[in-house]
Design a protein around this ligand. Structure first.
Ligand code: ADP
Ligand code: MG
Length: 690
């Protein structure tokens, strides 16, 4: 249960004065749904203004605050602007210009002959000085001079700076001091302000210490939650699984294992034999062969008389895994079932029975396999596939129910830098598949200007005419998902007009049956071109698909591009990836795409991407969505995460060693608040008495 004192922060956005249904959408797009989201909606930058006594002191283009006295109103004919001519103390005349409004509003704010304080950007229009749409007009100097520094917030359509600033201020008014969760020595060392003060400062100006503190809070919450999972896991009891090899011996694989696969399997085997439940991450590029490692692990569980489950992120992937595993394990005699949210009635009942009486050895499915209605005879191993976004901790929670905790193997293809591995997975043990199966040909990657779209379409035509298949990936770049889908539908329609029914479309808003049917047609080879909007939907294995086009490639993170590209190059044939780039490409954008051409090494790409995007590029951080953080920038993660991690370690050690598994005492209580504040409370739930 969330502590009461945090409730005002978690109140819905519409509890703020002035937020009605009209603003709900634009706010939601920015992720602003609760009071605390506003408090944490930090400015991208600040406008700095200079107070000048007259316009002679100011230069054109400068943001200023100045006292002016309106002399005359001038409306122009037709749609022209409304102007108020005003004079400064030295007699210079300046026009205050308003577009698209009748003069009524300006007249009220700027009565003739009365001095007003004006804040805005000084421009020149022909021979006249002007300020277009002043940011502020005030009677007294306090207001204008009090805003010499003003935050500039990330906006979405339908919102203005003024509006958002006002809402943020209302939210900040709800912020009360909270007990300190940061170690006093650290606060001292970094000269960080207290939490409530840090929030206020971060909105008031460029206060690096305040921003760092807020980022640190987020990192600490995350580290703490992950460590609590790990620690609670350590104190739990699992079933030691020792296999006799009888099932693995019957596996008839058409290939020998790579060294990396064999090593990973040995590491997993070692963990499974222990009483403490395994908590291991299997990290390997797309195509590195994680599935067979998972299968070997699950067979060990079955050999030891227990059951295993494989959790896939989507229905489509669950089906594909089920098919692959069934095929690979054909000679072993194990029973492998598929269970998804869509299974109903008799079929579902019979699977539930099988899981309960133990006649099913392995189940593959979506989160449906963990619903309360599903009981197992003896589930001893859970494999979680492609959990590449955040929420690993949360997934792990699922497994930590009941008296015996299953062993857990999480698999990911996202090549993330080492610092981010720690951020995302905490101190899980890691096995890396750092060696590709033999015979893979590098994917021929080219960067093509979007102006050559016609050539690209022609190339697709030649490609599918040879009986091979292709992917066409449309980017998710616009403000709303609806727009993205409209763009993908338009592209699909164009390509279909050209190539006919062999083109199918998959996107996030299709009904599952429709989506699956399209995927099915592509996977079975009936369709040759798959147009898709998202990464997940193309998380499939179709070896005959050897060409991929990615539109507006510069908008994707490198890791994401790399993962997408990994969908081709799965067979033995030569594969190609065409990265379409927009006309306006930044220097960094150019370098990033060049890297894609140069290397196929996912981990190298991840490290380089981090380096290229560097510190402070907030926008990039937010867009790419490849960190579980909202506040901390990549640069802050790299600099502060190790500190947060060590500090979290101390807190957790103390909780477990001295206090028998609780977060108590003053700092412990404060840390608990922190977990709730950052919604990492799944960590708290693991605590005794949490
Ligand atoms: P991942 O899940 O890591 O992306 P998969 O498990 O789907 O990769 O494997 C990709 C492809 O490589 C599959 O077709 C699989 O059969 C094949 N494969 C796996 N291991 C080997 C190996 N050691 N030698 C040759 N091919 C392999
Ligand atoms: Mg896979």
């Amino acid at each position: 249960m969330r502590p009461d004192r945090l409730n005002p922060l978690f109140a819905a956005a519409d509890s703020l004065k002035g937020v009605g249904p009209g603003l709900a959408r634009p706010l939601e797009r920015l992720g602003l749904t609760r009071v605390k989201d506003f408090a944490y909606h930090l400015p991208d930058r600040f406008v700095q203004r200079r107070a000048v006594s007259d316009l002679d002191e100011a230069s054109v283009g400068e943001n200023i605050v100045v006292a002016l006295t309106p002399l005359e109103y001038r409306s122009s004919a037709g749609r022209g602007p409304f102007r108020v001519l005003a004079a400064d103390s030295a007699g210079n005349v300046c026009a205050l210009t308003y577009f698209g409004r009748n003069g009524g509003w300006a007249k009220k704010q700027l009565p003739l002959g009365e001095t007003r304080w004006i804040a805005g950007r000084l421009d020149q229009f022909g021979q006249t000085l002007q300020i277009v749409h002043p940011d502020h007009v005030a009677e007294g100097s306090d207001l204008a001079l009090g805003q010499l520094v003003e935050p500039v917030y990330p906006l979405s359509e339908g919102l203005t700076q003024g509006r958002l600033t006002a809402l943020v201020q209302l939210a900040l008014a709800q912020v009360q001091p909270l007990p300190e969760w940061i170690e006093p020595g650290l606060l001292d060392k970094f000269q960080w302000p207290a939490w409530h003060e840090a929030l206020a400062q971060a909105h008031r100006g460029e206060h690096a210490a305040a921003r760092d503190r807020l980022a640190y809070d987020e990192l600490l919450a995350n580290s703490l939650a992950l460590l609590l999972v790990k620690e609670s896991n350590r104190t739990r009891v699992g079933t030691p699984l020792v296999g006799d090899g009888r099932l693995r011996g019957k596996l008839q694989l058409p290939f020998g294992l790579t060294g990396a696969q064999a090593r990973s399997i040995r590491e997993i085997e070692g963990d499974l034999a222990q009483t403490a439940p395994m908590l291991r991450l299997l990290q390997g590029d797309v195509g590195s062969g994680k599935t067979v490692v998972a299968l070997e692990a699950m067979l060990i569980a079955v050999e030891a008389g227990a059951q295993a489950a494989l959790l896939a992120p989507t229905e489509i992937l669950a089906r594909q895994h089920h098919a692959t595993l069934t095929r690979m394990a054909a000679g072993t005699g194990v029973t492998i079932a598929l269970l998804t949210g869509r299974d109903k009635g008799r079929a579902r009942e019979s699977i539930l029975m099988g899981l309960l009486d133990g006649s099913i050895d392995i189940v593959v499915g979506t989160h449906a396999i963990f619903q309360d209605t599903v009981s197992y005879k003896h589930l001893a191993l859970v494999v979680i596939d492609e959990q590449h976004r955040f929420g690993v901790g949360q997934r792990l929670m699922l497994t930590q129910k009941g008296k015996r905790t299953p062993h857990c193997l999480a698999m990911t293809a996202t090549p993330i830098p080492r610092t981010l591995t720690l951020a995302q997975y905490g101190e899980m043990d890691v096995s890396r598949l750092d060696e590709m199966p033999p015979g893979r040909q590098p994917i021929d990657t080219r960067v093509v200007a979007v102006e050559r779209l016609d050539d690209v379409v022609a190339a697709i035509g030649r490609h599918i005419a040879t009986g091979q298949q292709a992917y066409w990936v449309c980017p998710m770049v616009r403000e709303s998902e609806t727009d993205d889908i409209a763009a993908a539908e338009a592209r699909h329609a164009e390509l279909q007009a050209r190539f006919g029914d062999t083109v199918v479309l998959v996107h996030g808003q299709l009904r599952p049956e429709v989506k699956d049917a399209a995927m099915e047609r592509f996977a079975s080879g009936q369709a040759s071109l798959l147009v898709a909007t998202t990464v997940i939907e193309v998380g499939v294995d179709v070896p005959n698909a050897t060409l991929m086009v990615i539109e507006q490639a510069e908008r994707f993170g490198l890791a994401q591009l790399h993962q997408l590209r990994g969908r081709v190059g799965r067979g033995s044939g030569k594969s190609t990836c065409l990265l379409l780039r927009g006309a306006a490409l930044s220097e960094t954008g150019r370098e990033r795409l060049a890297l894609m051409r140069e290397t196929q090494d996912g981990f190298r790409l991840a490290e380089e991407d981090l380096r290229l995007r560097g510190g402070g590029e907030l926008l990039g951080t937010r867009q790419s969505g490849d960190t579980p953080f909202r506040i901390a920038s990549l640069e802050q993660i790299q600099r502060l995460l190790p500190v947060a991690h060590d500090d979290a370690r101390l807190l957790v050690d103390r909780a477990y060693q001295l206090e028998g598994g609780g977060l108590t005492g003053e700092r412990g209580e404060a840390a608990r608040l922190l977990l709730y504040l950052f919604e990492r409370d799944w960590g708290v739930q693991l605590l005794r008495g949490g």
